[in-house]
Design a protein around this ligand. Structure first.
Ligand code: ACO
Length: 427
C-alpha cells in the first residue's frame, strides 16, 4: 500500500502513505487542506503523528521500548545513564574514548555561576521544586546569552553539556533551599547519580559516603526515563523549539509540561495515593471499588498509558529495582506490599482488563525514591533529570531535519459576528 484514497462526496483525494522502519504506517495529510479546504480534528493528538523520528521506538501493544534500536532491558542492565544520553543525542553508542570525553566535558560544567545561587533566596521555602527547576532552567539563558543562537552547532553542543551537567545541581539546590541547608558544591570525582545523591543529602559538617548500590539503582531509573518519543513534555520541547526558541527555554517548557499529575507528576500522586489508602485503613480492593465508580472522579494513579496497552516494560524493571533497594536499605515494605496487592487485583479485574490498564513507569518509582530519602515533591524533578537527554535529542533532531513552526488549526465554535451593545444596555 503506497497511498490512501479519501472519498469526499464523489471526489477522490489521494493521500500518500509514509512507512516507518518498523512497518508503522501513516497517512500524510500535509496537502489535505490545500486540496479540499478541510482540516483533521484529533483532540489530545490520539491519532496524530507530529514528526518522523529515529530516536525511540515503542510498540505499546507488545510492551516494547527501544532507544536507537537497543532494547530498554539491555540498556538498563549493561549501560550507564551518561552512555544512554550520548546514544540518544548522537545516535550511536560511544566508543570508550568518546564516552570518556563526554563524561569529562559534562563533569567540567556541573557548577553553577555563584550569582546563580542568589536566585534561590528569592523563592519561598515552600515553593514546589518543579517550579524552581523550570524557572532556573529558563534563567540559564540569562547567564549564557550565546546560547540564544540556535544555528551555531558549537553553542548548541556546549548548551547540551551545560544542561546535562547543571540540572542535577539545580535540582539538589532546590531541595537544599527548601530545607534551609547549605548548598553542596558538586564533587566531580563522583559519577552522575552519586554526585546528585551527595548534593542532596550531604552537609558540610559530616562526611557523606554514597551507597554505590543506591547510586546504581538511581542510574537505572534515569535510564528508564531517558526518552519516550512524542510524550507531552517532549512534544512541548519540540513545539517551543519550533519557534526557534533556544534550548534552555525549550527545556524549561518541557519541565513545566512534565509537572502535571497526568504526566511526570504521577509518581508523586502514586505515593500520596498509597499513603492515603494506608491512613484511611481501607484495603486495596476497597480503593479499587472507588476508582471504578466513575462518579468518584478518582483514578488509580500509576496505571494506564496512552501508548502502552500491555505492560509498560519500564514498570517491570522498576518493580525489580524497587525490591532490591528496599532490601538493601532494610526498609519497611508496607507501601510496596500495598502497591503489589493493588496491581494484583487490578490485573484480574474486568474494569482494568477491558480498558487495557497496566502499571506504568510511575507506579513503583516513587516507592524507590521514598526509600532513598527523596522528598515526595522532588520525585518529578528526578523524572526531569532522567528525561533531559530525550528532550535534547528531540530538539536537536528537529533542527537537523529542518522544521516549520508548530501551529495547529482549530474548528471555531464561538459566536458568529455581532455588534457591540453599549455598556449601559447590556443585561
Ligand atoms: N484509573 C482508572 N481509570 C482509568 C485510568 C486510571 N488510572 N486510566 C484510564 N482509565 C479509564 C478512563 O476512565 C477511560 O474509561 P472510559 O472508557 O470508561 O471512559 C479509559 O480508561 C480510557 O482512559 P483515557 O483517559 O481516555 O486514556 P488516555 O490515554 O487519555 O490517558 C493516562 C492516559 C492520562 C495516562 C490515564 O491512563 C491516566 O490518567 N492514568 C493515571 C495517571 C498516570 O499514571 N499518569 C502517568 C502516565 S505515564 C507518564 O506520563 C510517564
Amino acid at each position: 500500500m503506497s497511498k490512501a484514497t479519501l472519498k469526499l462526496d464523489d471526489k477522490d483525494i489521494e493521500l500518500p502513505l509514509i512507512t516507518g522502519s518498523e512497518g508503522e504506517q501513516a497517512i500524510d495529510i500535509a496537502q489535505l487542506r490545500g486540496q479540499t479546504g478541510l482540516i483533521t480534528l484529533d483532540q489530545g493528538f490520539v491519532n496524530t503523528g507530529s514528526c518522523q523520528s529515529a530516536i525511540t521506538f515503542i510498540d505499546g501493544e507488545n510492551g516494547i521500548l527501544r532507544y536507537r534500536g537497543y532494547p530498554i532491558e539491555a540498556l538498563a542492565e549493561r549501560s550507564s545513564f551518561l552512555e544512554v544520553a550520548y546514544l540518544l543525542i548522537h545516535g550511536e553508542l560511544p566508543t570508550q574514548s568518546q564516552l570518556d570525553e563526554f563524561k569529562h566535558s559534562i563533569t567540567r560544567h556541573t557548577m553553577l555561576h555563584e550569582d546563580f545561587r542568589k536566585f534561590y533566596g528569592g523563592f519561598p521555602k515552600s515553593a514546589h521544586p518543579m517550579a524552581v527547576v523550570a524557572a532556573t532552567t529558563a534563567a540559564l539563558s540569562t547567564f549564557y546569552p550565546d546560547s540564544l543562537d540556535t544555528d551555531d552547532p558549537l553553542e548548541v553542543e556546549i548548551c547540551t553539556k551545560r544542561l546535562l551537567a547543571k540540572l542535577p545541581t539545580i535540582a539538589a539546590y532546590a531541595h537544599k533551599h527548601s530545607i534551609g541547608q547549605p548548598f553542596m558544591y558538586p564533587d566531580n570525582r563522583l559519577g552522575y547519580a552519586a554526585n546528585f545523591l551527595r548534593m542532596m543529602f550531604a552537609t558540610p559538617c559530616e562526611d557523606y559516603v554514597v551507597d554505590e548500590v543506591i547510586a546504581k539503582a538511581l542510574d537505572v531509573l534515569l535510564i528508564l526515563h531517558a526518552d519516550h518519543e512524542q510524550n507531552c513534555s517532549t512534544s512541548t520541547v519540540r513545539v517551543v523549539g519550533s519557534s526557534q526558541a533556544n534550548l534552555f527555554a525549550s527545556i524549561s517548557a518541557g519541565v513545566s509540561a512534565l509537572w502535571g499529575p497526568l504526566h511526570g507528576g504521577a509518581n508523586q500522586a502514586v505515593i500520596e495515593m498509597l499513603q492515603h489508602i494506608e491512613k484511611e485503613g481501607i484495603s486495596g480492593r476497597e480503593y479499587l471499588d472507588k476508582v471504578k465508580d466513575k462518579k468518584s472522579g478518582i483514578r488509580l494513579m500509576g496505571f494506564g498509558h496512552r501508548v502502552y496497552k500491555n505492560f509498560d516494560p519500564r514498570a517491570k524493571l522498576i518493580k525489580k529495582t524497587c525490591s532490591d533497594v528496599l532490601a538493601r536499605l532494610h526498609e519497611q515494605t508496607r507501601l510496596l506490599d500495598l502497591a503489589m496487592e493493588i496491581e494484583d487485583i487490578a490485573l484480574r479485574d474486568e474494569y482494568f482488563v477491558e480498558r487495557k490498564l497496566y502499571p506504568n513507569v510511575d507506579f513503583y518509582s516513587g516507592i524507590i525514591y521514598r526509600a532513598i530519602g527523596i522528598p515526595t515533591e522532588m520525585f518529578t524533578v528526578l523524572f526531569a533529570i532522567g528525561r533531559l537527554p530525550g528532550w535534547i535529542a528531540h530538539w536537536m533532531e528537529m533542527h537537523q531535519q529542518g522544521f516549520r513552526i508548530s501551529r495547529p488549526r482549530q474548528i471555531y465554535t464561538g459566536a458568529t459576528e455581532r455588534d457591540i451593545t453599549p455598556i449601559g444596555q447590556r443585561g
